[in-house]
Write a protein that binds this ligand. Structure first.
Ligand code: SF4
Length: 166
């Protein structure tokens, strides 16, 4: 997903990380995305925006944490924080176009990914109560519970006042 690539691009330009380390972080991000893809979904149509922006944020958070030297537990925690705190986010693209709220929402998620990395880094060795796997499972259930009104139909939230899908 391009959102985690944005975070890695930013980090590669702002810090002195080697290409090798950036590639390793990209692999970690990929792993996180694949876990969600396999166990839940990364489709806005299926489980809402939580499956798109949310997952990308978790991928970026894990990658950033690895780059800054996080342990496996801290990496998992960074991904978990990012995923948990976007859970339930619905899809409401205005006029059916992936512009509003998508562009701003993705930019915010980039900032949240970096925050998740910091929070995990300063936690006590990544100790946390809720596992990444548990959040993935719950996210899938939450996605099923959300009405189709909020699944890329542009019929709910602000989208309903700014035109229907075209
Ligand atoms: S709100 Fe935008 S970014 Fe989020 S799932 Fe819908 S189309 Fe994708």
């Amino acid at each position: 997903m391009w959102r985690d690539t944005c975070v890695l691009y930013h980090l590669s330009k702002s810090y002195d990380f080697t290409d090798q380390r950036i590639i390793c972080a990209l692999v970690t991000a990929d792993l996180v995305g694949n876990i969600v893809h396999t166990k839940a979904s990364i489709s806005g149509t299926e489980i809402d925006c939580q499956g798109e922006v949310d997952v990308a944020c978790a991928m970026a958070a894990a990658a950033a944490n690895q780059l800054f030297g996080g342990s496996p537990t801290q990496i998992e925690y960074a991904a978990e924080i990012a995923l948990e705190h976007h859970m339930g986010m619905t899809c409401d693209p205005m006029c059916g176009l992936v512009q509003i709220p998508c562009i701003e929402r993705n930019a915010y998620a980039v900032a949240r990914a970096l925050d998740s990395n910091i929070y995990s880094t300063f936690s006590s060795y990544g100790y946390h109560r809720v596992s990444f796997d548990k959040v993935v499972e719950t996210m899938k259930e939450t996605g099923k519970d959300i009405p189709s009104l909020y699944k890329e139909t542009s019929q709910g939230k602000l989208a309903k006042d700014y035109g229907q899908m075209i």
